[in-house]
Ligand binder design. Structure first.
Ligand SMILES: [Mg+2]
Length: 321
């Protein structure tokens, strides 16, 4: 079943955008698999079905991107914060001595500094903001990661990026890391925050993002204007857009508060970049590279399926003999 998602029309690069092309190519390939098809931001997601009568234990893996697929120590995060502070200083004329404190406070209060600035009444173009803070990042620090690429390709579940960042940043990071064909879809800033004139149709209902529900911190999202992690509403929106069962979905994120809200939304959770559990986390991974050792169950459905196929073949062989 294909259901429309009007954000597809918003992607200015659809048809020419390298990331979209690759993801669309993936979707064309996987659309042959039995299941539900989801059109999501310029490409098609395929909901895999099969396995036992109860289905596989996990159907979907939802990955944060920044500081999750690559380590915090790389310095991208610090460079991004520096760019945000410069934007606040030069484009909003905020007092220089106030910028670092305000930047951090808004991030803590509203999920992202950008969301907080909107609440404060600052008016700026979202694309211009993203181009300034992400477009000037030292992307050359990101290197191809063939180990992670092989791990992702070996996972039998549907894999989706879920990030607060914009689509251009997602494309840069995945391309630099050589992971652009590893995911069935991307849920990013533009997915959750389309222009007000573009309602987002999700399955058989319509989500009017220009008038979204209350945020979990009690603040009206109509006031904040931006829907983003760690609000539980953003988590639930991602779950609806991906059309996944949260009980069969594992959510990976480096943020402690994102993990807490992911758990509140019913997801299995893995905090990445830490060796110890945090509130709401089911697992902790020092590095995403450790995923196979820490979560072998991700591959167990595939092993069970292969065992069933082997057993079935064996029975056929006996009968034929
Ligand atoms: Mg992150």
């Amino acid at each position: 079943m294909i259901f429309s998602y009007s954000a597809i029309n918003m992607c200015p690069h659809y048809g020419s955008y390298p990331l979209c092309n690759k993801l669309r190519a993936t979707s064309q390939k996987t659309s042959l698999v039995q299941g539900n098809l989801i059109v999501c931001f310029g490409f098609t997601l395929t909901k895999m079905e099969g396995g036992s009568s109860n289905g596989p234990k996990y159907e979907c893996l939802l990955f944060d991107m920044d500081d999750t697929l690559y380590p915090l120590s790389l310095g991208i995060n610090m460079a991004c914060r520096k760019n945000i502070e410069e934007y606040m200083l030069h484009h909003m004329q905020i007092e220089e001595s106030e910028v670092p404190r305000l930047c951090l406070e808004l991030y803590r209060e509203y999920g992202t500094t950008m969301a907080g600035l909107k609440v404060m009444g600052y008016e700026f173009d979202n694309d211009e903001f993203h181009a300034y803070v992400h477009g000037r990042l030292p992307y050359e620090l990101l290197k191809p990661d063939p180990v992670l690429r092989n791990l992702l390709h070996s996972m039998p579940q549907q894999k989706i990026i879920f990030t607060n960042a914009d689509e251009a940043h997602v494309a840069q990071v995945l391309s630099r890391m050589g992971l652009e064909d590893c995911f069935h879809g991307v849920i990013c800033f533009e997915t959750l925050n389309p222009p007000p004139s573009e309602p987002v149709k999700i399955k058989d209902g319509t989500v009017e993002v220009k008038d979204p529900p209350e945020m979990n911190n009690g603040t009206s999202s109509r006031k904040t204007q931006i829907l983003c992690k760690p609000s539980v509403e953003a988590m639930e929106a991602a779950i609806r857009i991906a059309n996944v069962d949260p009980k069969k979905t594992i959510f990976f994120d480096d943020s402690v508060r994102n993990i807490a809200s992911g758990k509140a939304a019913g997801l299995h959770t893995v905090v990445v970049g830490r060796s110890t559990l945090v509130p709401g986390a089911d697992h902790a991974l020092n590095s995403i590279h450790n995923i196979k050792e820490a979560l072998p169950e991700i591959w167990e459905d595939e092993v069970e399926h292969l065992e069933q196929v082997i057993q079935s073949s064996a029975v056929e062989t006996v009968v034929l003999a």
